[in-house]
Design a protein around this ligand. Structure first.
Ligand SMILES: [Zn+2]
Length: 103
């Protein structure tokens, strides 16, 4: 079982925790630790960071993410769009999203 390299917790989908890897990083991280990193180190607010974290760490579809985070599909879609908008406006760079605080 893969465990989060930050909090040490194993994946527990029932409990709202998935553990995955970012493409460029060989250590696993859970969506909660990742969301905290994104919220703390980027312009994303917590809810946006939570959606983005699951998106980054899983292969989940919008429906899966909505189900997992207990949100409406439209809310998930909207939040991902806001994240894209922030990237396009330069408030958050793709590089920051990928690399921030992973050392
Ligand atoms: Zn964790």
């Amino acid at each position: 079982m893969t465990e989060c390299s930050r909090c040490g917790e194993a994946e527990d989908v029932e409990d709202g925790r998935i553990v995955g890897q970012l493409d460029h990083w060989d250590r696993a991280v859970c969506n909660r630790c990742r969301a905290t990193e994104l919220a703390d180190h980027t312009a994303l607010v917590r809810e946006e960071a939570e959606v983005k974290a699951v998106r980054q760490l899983s292969e989940y579809s919008l429906d899966d993410i909505a189900d997992f985070l207990d949100l409406d599909r439209s809310t998930v879609k909207m939040k991902l769009r806001v994240v894209e908008k922030r990237i396009n406006k330069g408030q958050v760079t793709r590089e920051t999203l990928l690399s921030q605080n992973l050392g």
